[in-house]
Design a protein around this ligand. Structure first.
Ligand code: UD1
Length: 364
């Protein structure tokens, strides 16, 4: 079988790596297409290298743009690749613009699509990712889910159960495969961070970073929290751009109360998540990774498409209000650390289950 995998943005790489590895052992032919949605080395090449992903066979170099521009550019550039390659299956992961663009083109060429991480729903269509999820699932022939409620979401939308495979979480495969290596990382020493004595922050959602008052409020709350413990903030380029645009960049810096640093690679970031006293984020994947690590996570959103992380007790939704942020963070710091949790099938073998399901399906 020939399987064409599409990646584009940072969170895609750790989801696709275990699937490609498992398909290799089953002697499938893998073709890797990188759309170039993320192009900074720190968001892309570093992850390919650390995860042992092959050099992409095709790089579409689409870069940034509005949602329509970016999605359209990926569609235009991936169409001739799919026509030429004629894969038995196109595998897309997650919920980024590369995911929806590749699915749409593949489905119209009558090339079947498999969606890894299907069925997650925030039920909030103001999130671009929610639209990407719903449309991609609609177009997919095979739907691989990470948690039981995802299957129910899909069935509720009219998708036949026979096409849905509950396989577990391939992002957790990558975590499991790299945790030993992460334990050898010296990032805490390099950044002079006390073991289990610092807060780790990531922010990039438009709802948190695009509005000056919202972003300013969050940064001031983080500066307040920094009187309790060091706060490390590896900032996404989008967030840095917004801080500059809103005149907020002088509030922080590596020497400021909140230590704003460049995005950090996969292995060092795993180490930082594992040894943090608290994580504050608006990322999807980090809610899942902290669940497995038993690091308390406060999610700066009103909803999550990953409710299992809340049920497990490691994650809490707190929104973006500065007063709530400081209060909830201090409550976490005063409480005992939660136990690491393992949702069903988050066992490091999701990639193998996906590869087995693809090979058994065989193009029917
Ligand atoms: C994208 C995904 C989001 C995911 C996130 C992970 C969509 C709709 N969003 O958001 O779901 O959680 O990736 O990081 O697909 N930029 C750079 N260098 C880069 C990439 C982006 O400077 O390598 C800057 C550009 O100013 C760009 C902005 O970040 O305009 C936004 O990038 P984009 O890929 O559109 O979305 P993300 O915010 O990264």
């Amino acid at each position: 079988m020939k399987i064409l995998h599409v990646v584009g943005a940072r969170p895609n790489f750790m989801k696709v790596a275990p699937v490609i590895r498992a398909l290799e052992t089953l002697h499938a032919t893998n073709v890797l297409v990188h759309t170039g949605q993320h192009y900074d080395r720190a968001l892309s090449q570093t992850f390919l290298d650390e995860l042992g992903l092959p050099t992409p066979d095709v790089h579409l170099e689409v870069g940034s743009g509005s949602h329509a521009e970016q999605t359209a550019r990926i569609m235009e550039r991936i169409e001739p690749v799919l026509v030429e390659q004629q894969p038995d299956l196109t595998v897309v992961v997650g919920d980024v613009n590369s995911t929806i663009a590749a699915s749409l083109v593949s489905a119209k060429l009558l090339l079947p699509v498999a969606h890894v991480e299907a069925g997650l729903r925030s039920f909030d269509r103001s999130m671009p990712e929610e639209i990407n999820r719903v449309v991609t699932d609609r177009l997919s022939t095979l739907l691989f889910t990470t948690s039981p409620e995802a299957e129910e979401n899909l069935v509720h939308e009219g998708i036949e159960r026979a096409r849905i495979h509950f396989v577990g979480n391939p992002m957790i495969d990558s975590l499991t495969n790299h945790l030993d290596q992460a334990r050898g990382s010296s990032i805490l020493e390099t950044l002079r961070l006390p073991d289990r004595g610092y807060a780790l922050v990531t922010l990039h959602r438009p709802s948190n970073v695009d509005d000056a008052a919202t972003l300013g409020g969050i940064l001031k709350a983080l500066a307040d929290l920094a009187t309790d413990l060091p706060v490390l903030f590896p900032a996404h380029p989008r967030t840095v751009k917004m801080m500059r645009a809103h005149g907020l960049d002088e509030l922080i810096g590596d020497a400021g109360p909140v230590r704003c640093v460049e995005p950090i690679g996969y292995i060092d970031f795993l180490r930082l998540m594992d040894r943090a006293q608290i994580v504050l984020t608006d990322s999807g994947g980090i809610q899942e990774e902290t669940t497995i690590l038993g690091t308390p996570c406060l999610t700066l959103r009103q909803n999550t498409e990953r409710p299992i992380t809340i049920e497990m007790g490691t994650n809490k939704l707190i929104g973006s209000d500065p007063g709530v942020l400081v209060r909830e963070a201090r409550a976490v710091l005063a409480a005992p650390r939660p136990e690491p949790q393992r949702p069903p099938l988050w066992d490091g073998h999701a990639g193998e289950r996906i590869a087995d399901a693809i090979v058994s399906w065989g193009g029917d």
